[in-house]
Design a protein around this ligand. Sequence first.
Ligand code: NAD
Length: 270
Amino acid sequence: METTTRSLKDHVAIVTGASSGIGLAVAEGLASAGAALIANYHSHGEAADELVERVTSKGGRAVAVQADVSKESDVLRLFDAAVEHFGRVDVLVSNSGIQKDAAVADMTLDDWNAVIGINLTGQFLCTREAVRRFRAQPKDGRPSRSAGAIIAMSSVHEIIPWAGHINYASAKGGLRMLMQTLAQEVAADGIRVNAIAPGAIRTPINKAAWETDEALTKLLRLIPYGRIGEPEDVARAAVWLASDEADYVTGTTLFVDGGMSLYPEFRDNG
Ligand code: NAD
């Protein structure tokens, strides 16, 4: 994603799950806005390396770092890498997430734990470490008005119940309260905490919902704005939330969903 401003000049940003989908677009957007990038990946090192190559070939700064966000020691190593390579950390986009769908009676405990472990505990581990690092950095020399910005990648399912996805919806519902509680707790430190709630965005996680014409037609019934979202739609929102342009914004979920959360069934008078 190309941006015209360099609103994140001298910032250092960590993006988790930056090797695909939304995380990849967000990482490119932040780098294009001037941030030095720590591009976390879990298992697709080649895609992360290609991202780093694209950013550095345009004169940007980027490093790929493997880490599992559900593991405490990996998360600490991820933040250490930011300090080691770029001296500080100013922005966290905590984006990693998975789905393991099943009707409740068929859902295994392993599938419950895997989704909660990455989508909720992973958010706790990453955001906790960001707060620790932001607090420890001296006020002098900050590139931003805030002491740091955290953006958690939530979902419209932080408010819309989703049958057949109880692990995912529970994690995103929990993330909404995690984000708000954290924002309240650390605002006095000058740390901003927000979430983005994407609707249906064209990425590998939901391929089945858009890859055939039939599936896409069904999906579009849920989207008043009449199109599926693209990862760049989310990336633009993330760049804004990370920057001083959003300096007075904290504790908010920004829905990037083409109106999916507006009860579309009621659009024709209910
Ligand atoms: P995606 O599958 O392309 O990306 C998920 C990313 O998370 C991948 O980069 C993957 O490697 C990473 N990841 C998985 N397990 C990990 C782990 N243990 N440690 C570190 N990283 C790990 O899907 P996406 O659509 O880009 O999803 C990104 C985020 O957006 C997720 O949190 C998802 O819940 C959220 N989201 C997506 C949509 C959508 O429609 N695509 C809608 C709402 C919310």
